[in-house]
Write a protein that binds this ligand. Structure first.
Ligand code: SF4
Length: 117
């Protein structure tokens, strides 16, 4: 039996979760105030996902903030960053413009999060 402690990041309550695992399988989750916390703990222990926030270069050399519009597998974050670093954002850019579509086949698009002329 192994244990993991984590903070639920699903809502601002930030409940402290305690997870007991056996052979990589979640046996119990405690500390959650609602069912979403239990699901978060299970996902975090079995297939952790993250939203990536970063910046991308624009065609004039400046940078613009970007993020993924869906979460991506945590283990792909480094490779996703490499793809974002290759991208060049056309100007003018506006919030929601797609910079990288379906990044690494994750179903998530990288989108601009600020307007820039
Ligand atoms: S367990 Fe529920 S109430 Fe607690 S932080 Fe997670 S989502 Fe919010």
């Amino acid at each position: 039996m192994t244990t993991r402690d984590m903070t639920c990041i699903v809502c601002p309550m930030g409940c402290q979760l305690h997870v007991e695992l056996e052979d990589g399988k979640v046996m119990t989750v405690t500390g959650n105030t609602c069912p979403r916390g239990k699901q978060y703990a299970i996902d975090e222990c079995t297939h952790p996902m993250r939203t990536i926030t970063s910046t991308a270069r624009t065609e004039n050399g400046e940078v613009v903030p970007v993020k993924t519009n869906r979460t991506v597998p945590k283990e792909l974050m480094f490779d996703c960053m490499k793809e974002i670093n290759k991208a060049v954002v056309k100007l003018p850019a506006k919030i929601g413009d797609v910079v990288v579509e379906n990044i690494l086949g994750t179903g998530s698009d990288v989108v601009v999060t600020a307007n820039m002329d």
